[in-house]
Design a protein around this ligand. Sequence first.
Ligand code: GCB
Length: 615
Amino acid sequence: MYRFGTVALLWAISFMAYGQKPAPLLQNAYHRPSVSLNGQWHYIVDPYETGYRNHRRWEPFDEFVNTKASAAPYWANAKKTAPSQRIEYDFERSPTLEVPGDWNHQQDELLYYEGTLWYERDFSIELQPGQRYFLYFGAVNYRADVYLNGQKAGYHEGGYSPFNFEVTELLKSGLNEIVVRVDNRRSAGRVPGLTTDWWNYGGITREVKIIPVPDVFIQDYMLQLDPEQPAIARGYVQLNEAKPGQTVTISIPEAKLSRTFTTDTAGRAAIVLSAEGLKRWYPERPKRYEVVLQSGRDTLLDQIGFRTIQASGQDLLLNGQPIFLRGISLHEENPMRGGRAYSREDMALLFGWARELNCNMLRLAHYPHNEHAARLADELGLLLWEEVPVYWGINYTNPETYAQAEQQMQSLVQRDKNRASVIIWSVANETPREDPDRLSFLKSMAGAVRQLDTTRLVSAALDRTEDKQEKRVTVTDPFAAYSDMVSVNEYIGWYGSTPERIPQMRWDLSSHDKPFFISEFGAGALYNYRGAREEIWTEDYQAWMYEETLQMLDEIPSLRGMTPWILVDFRSPRRNLPNIQDGWNRKGLISEGGFKKEAFYILRDYYAKKAAQYR
Ligand code: GCB
């Protein structure tokens, strides 16, 4: 559909060269019985890629080495069998790291490490006849090359996406060995590219498990209210086999609903259910139903909430009612433990703070967060903006970069499309509006998302345009025409001016008949650093900025929500001011130790007022 028509071909070629691509992502891997591979894994830091490449030709061993004959690649996991045998690595005698978890916070010398690191562990499993087995990773940043019992299962790129390989042929009953090479280097062609304003945590950052499924299994499904006819829930169930005439039953026991459908020649059954008797999911009453899907020997459970979300003129309608999004942005970091957040408990800590702030919405910046996030948001009644790291200056002309970005979006939609909490897919953050290549890139991304999901909104965090003389702010980014709401990041009062300027600014959004959304504003403040409000980095400065900004924004007639920047201070290698930043972006409303700054209470009170207005 776009000039990156060669993408598929390039992908096919690169997969042939470096091993297998992942199998289609299992829908709702979360609720399938599994064997966990979390825990301690041995590791070897390998900055020169000694275990991966031939030292003279710099070619991956994958391409020409037979492991049985060579101990050189680390994935051979060779063990000394004769006194004279020279093997220059040994996983068994190497230290361990906890999985899931970033490596940066587990070893002091790995805090800034960007490069290759190998993980290894043994595990036991008893295989059952008639089952197939998938090896599932919640995420590995950035590239993972995965080897099971000395053979390559495949590789995956994209640091925040789940993926799975079928390993039925590679697994054996009894003891198995798994080796994963992880490479978290930043590079111009990757997504994100060379610069970000967050920490490049490396490692197996989310869960790993083996998932058994029957021969014929439920590969995928989606079930949602039809936005145009909300009395009907529609969707599909896709089996792994393209066989017609197989039956699929969907039941919602609490609503006494149960219907059986039949697959077409593609192995897909279209689902239509009456939703008349189903209670709607709202933030104030996040009702979820247990949904049971069954086909042949496969049964899967899910908890699904039913709601609609639409943009209508300048309004956002949730279940047909106007809503104001009282949001906050957050990174996937647990400030109390340090490092990448990965567990339900981590997300509960962050979401608990957001609820204290009177939020009904979160922007999960700037990449897909772990799967617990959307599950917990469904449960707590928090709406979500989910995003992929098409951020700042990635390479907008490189077809492989585009393919990677689209792949990241696809797997995010695939993982979270049955979550009622998710209402917005964001395709980018702060990308150069004057660049025509960027526009075609984002248009293609938006088109790809809409093909996958017609029940949610598509947006991107854009930049504002400021007329310095006239003190007039507009949105001139051409991508605004292609998104369902106009969302901008604005830092008036922080970058390029002080809060004094804020009351003088006038927003003119007359050319956009869409809901308007502020995806970021903020100011840095060191917790407990107090002073005159003009004193930068004080809590007083930040509080002043919040007061002025909220007043300014409140005057914009089409404003339908905001996600100020940001809930908690977060680690960033760009933030180097001694005694103030020390490697942290200080725009949090909460410090890295969990202490609330003055601006937290200002936003909390503003949101209480907004909640009353939109009741
Ligand atoms: C932005 C970016 C965000 C940064 C923030 C800042 O506009 O979207 O990733 O962290 O500004 O603090 O400068």
